[in-house]
Design a protein around this ligand. Structure first.
Ligand code: NAD
Length: 396
């Protein structure tokens, strides 16, 4: 059978020739996704000969899906990701004015992919806006299913907003809505369960990867029960389930207010390792940290449910419409996401070959224009030229 599954002891069972569903993606997706697949196939061949191979299976989403099926996210696509457990995707256009808010959010919610995982490290040769990017080495665990991303909100002036306002004022005794007639309202659910599974995953990751600390980032000083709850429930969980590691100093649990954290990451990034945070904070934090090491063109990501094993690895940037079709887009985000995928299925040798090949490209000042333009002797390579640069370095 060519399907990745999860055993009862929690380990993934990965056949030598697993089927991996992929979404090509819109815009630059059509250029970066084939680049990633070529590089991954080369690395697997180099690491394992003919013993191992990925059987890629295209599934539809986004503009492609809409043109072919009339649906932006066909049910079959979700079924395939569910069935095959592990998949990867390029960027998708967010349909404007359609019933679906965001295809990415729909994918995450349907499979309950509760961790958005974003590792952030610097590669020698990449020019960044900070003086010492080598000090940045963090892994962000962003909660993916709760917070204001639950999409519970009502627009100013609608009967729903008025009803909600009246409920707050008449039944909940709320008297401090500054402009009740012209307010929109949003609800921010944050739960103990949601917090615990996220913080558990972050602590396990830190211990498995011998990383020194987990920092809970929150705004509990202002939002006492939601963000403050996240801090309290998270610290309690860590003490309860990882008390031995904490007592033996293998793991340090810290917490930091989100605004101070953003400042601290610029002033003393070396003090942080694994970060556990809520959905909206995680959105801001991931992009700032990515910018500190070279920008979203090179930032990988994954959405994971560590209980079911389901995982979708993804380019973190959008469809970059102004670059699409020009063979100039940087494929590194989806390539590094594929590296994360290979690590997730424990094909570490292939993952390492790709990482090393990318490092050597940057050391040789070879990159796509978005990175090469800042390198003192940068050579701007097209997407296909850069793909060949990486493949050459995997093979030699
Ligand atoms: P974007 O990420 O597409 O572009 C932001 C900037 O980064 C642009 O200057 C772009 O040229 C540059 N950029 C992005 N990817 C690059 C790459 N691979 N190489 C070099 N430069 C790159 O964000 P946007 O313009 O706000 O969004 C465009 C579309 O993408 C929208 O429909 C949006 O909803 C969607 N989007 C999708 C995802 C996703 O699927 N994960 C994420 C963000 C935005």
């Amino acid at each position: 059978m060519n399907r990745i599954t999860k055993a009862s002891d929690g380990r993934l069972i990965v056949p030598d020739q697993p089927t991996i569903p992929y979404i090509t993606g819109d815009g630059v997706g059509k250029e970066i996704t084939p680049s990633m697949m070529e590089i991954v196939d080369t690395a697997i061949r180099r690491a394992y000969g003919t013993k191992r191979q990925i059987k890629w299976k295209e599934v539809l989403a986004g503009e492609n899906a809409f043109k072919q099926t009339g649906s932006w996210l066909p049910a079959e696509t979700l079924e395939k990701f569910e069935y095959y457990t592990v998949g990867i995707k390029g960027p998708l256009t967010t349909p404007i004015g359609e019933g679906i808010r965001s295809l990415n959010v729909a994918l995450r919610q349907t499979l309950d992919l509760y961790v958005c995982l974003r590792p952030i490290r610097w590669y020698q040769g990449i020019i960044t806006p900070i003086l010492a990017p080598e000090k940045v080495n963090m892994t962000v665990f962003r909660e993916n299913t709760e917070d204001i991303y639950a999409g519970i909100e009502w627009e100013e002036g609608t009967p729903e907003a008025q009803k909600f306002c009246k409920f707050l004022q008449d039944e909940m005794g709320v008297s401090n809505i500054r402009f009740p007639e012209t307010s929109s309202f949003g609800v921010k659910p944050v739960s103990r369960e949601g917090t615990e599974r996220l913080v558990r995953a972050a602590c396990q990751y830190a211990i498995e990867n011998r990383l020194p600390s987990v920092t809970l980032v929150h705004k509990g000083n202002i939002m006492k029960y939601t963000e403050g709850g996240f801090r309290r429930w998270g610290c309690e969980l860590a003490q309860r389930e990882f008390g031995d590691a904490i007592a033996s100093k293998k793991l340090i649990i810290k917490d930091c207010i989100a605004d101070a954290f953003l400042q601290n990451t610029l002033l003393c990034p070396e003090e942080y390792s694994v970060i556990a945070t809520l959905n909206l904070n995680g959105d801001y934090i991931s992009d700032q940290l990515a910018a500190m090491v070279g920008g979203i063109g090179i930032a990988p990501g994954a959405n994971i449910n560590y209980n079911s094993g389901h995982a979708i690895f993804e380019a973190t940037h959008g469809t970059a419409p102004s670059l699409a079709g020009k063979n100039v887009a940087n494929p590194c985000s989806i390539i590094l996401s594929a590296v994360m995928m290979l690590e997730y299925i424990e094909w570490q040798e292939a993952a390492d070959l790709i990482t090393r090949a990318l490092e050597r490209c940057f050391e040789d000042s070879r990159a796509t224009f978005d990175l090469a333009r800042f390198m003192p002797s940068g050579v701007s390579r097209s997407t296909t030229e850069f793909t060949h640069d990486v493949i050459e370095r995997i093979n030699n």
